[in-house]
Design a protein around this ligand. Structure first.
Ligand SMILES: CC(C)(COP(=O)(O)OP(=O)(O)OC[C@H]1O[C@@H](n2cnc3c(N)ncnc32)[C@H](O)[C@@H]1OP(=O)(O)O)[C@@H](O)C(=O)NCCC(=O)NCCS
Length: 174
């Protein structure tokens, strides 16, 4: 299977402490809070606001998520604590190369940091990809100064190089 087999809905993934599923309209304010937290996103590596090309509206980032999903360009998972509905982060598969490889990113709201939720969510998506065969390979990277991201990646992926800016990782699914 490849990522261009567009899914009908975002899968639901459970871990010991988390539930990952689709981002809905009820999540808009919590999602915006994460996306617009400038300090938290310093090493996120993507300019969500700049990419819009216009002043963000309340629905803007939610619309990006839903449009990317519909087009098979990205698969964004909401990260929630089990038994609670609040969106506390996201894990996103994106940058598909149409040959079975995609990149995985994750961000957790600052007030939920230090609990290892990012690493747990990251691993959950990798395990789901392995189970589902959605991709054959997942890559990840982090800025060299992004200590928590590097730890997250090293728990689940194999290092495969570095340059001036990034450490690079991958996991083969087959
Ligand atoms: C990367 C991220 C998702 C990791 O989430 P997380 O697993 O919940 O991270 P935690 O806060 O629990 O920290 C993970 C590890 O980094 C360590 N850490 C975090 N900041 C640190 C610092 N400044 N110095 C040393 N260690 C640090 C923690 O102690 C923990 O170590 P451990 O696993 O050995 O216990 C989260 O930090 C985040 O959302 N960052 C902002 C967005 C981002 O940069 N995403 C990465 C792009 S892929």
């Amino acid at each position: 299977m490849s990522e261009k087999n567009i899914l009908k809905e975002v899968p639901c993934i459970e871990t010991d402490r988390l539930l990952l599923n689709g981002i809905g309209t009820d999540d808009i304010d919590d999602y915006n809070a994460i996306v617009l937290d400038k300090e938290r996103n310093l090493m996120w590596g993507y300019d969500d606001v700049g990419a819009l090309g216009t002043e963000p509206k309340r629905e803007s980032f939610y619309e990006v998520v839903t449009t990317d999903f519909k087009n098979g360009d990205a698969l964004n998972f909401a990260v929630r604590e089990k038994g609670k509905t609040k969106l506390i982060g996201e894990a996103v598969l994106y940058d598909f190369d149409n040959r079975g490889c995609g990149e995985l990113g994750c961000r957790i709201a600052a007030e939920y940091s230090g609990l290892g939720y990012g690493a747990e969510a990251y691993k959950a998506v990798i395990d789901w990809v392995k189970r589902s065969g959605y991709l054959r390979k997942i890559v990840g990277k982090c800025f060299k100064g992004n200590i928590s991201s590097r730890k997250m990646l090293e728990k689940t992926m194999t290092p495969c190089g570095e340059d001036d800016k990034y450490y690079y990782y991958y996991v083969e699914v087959e």
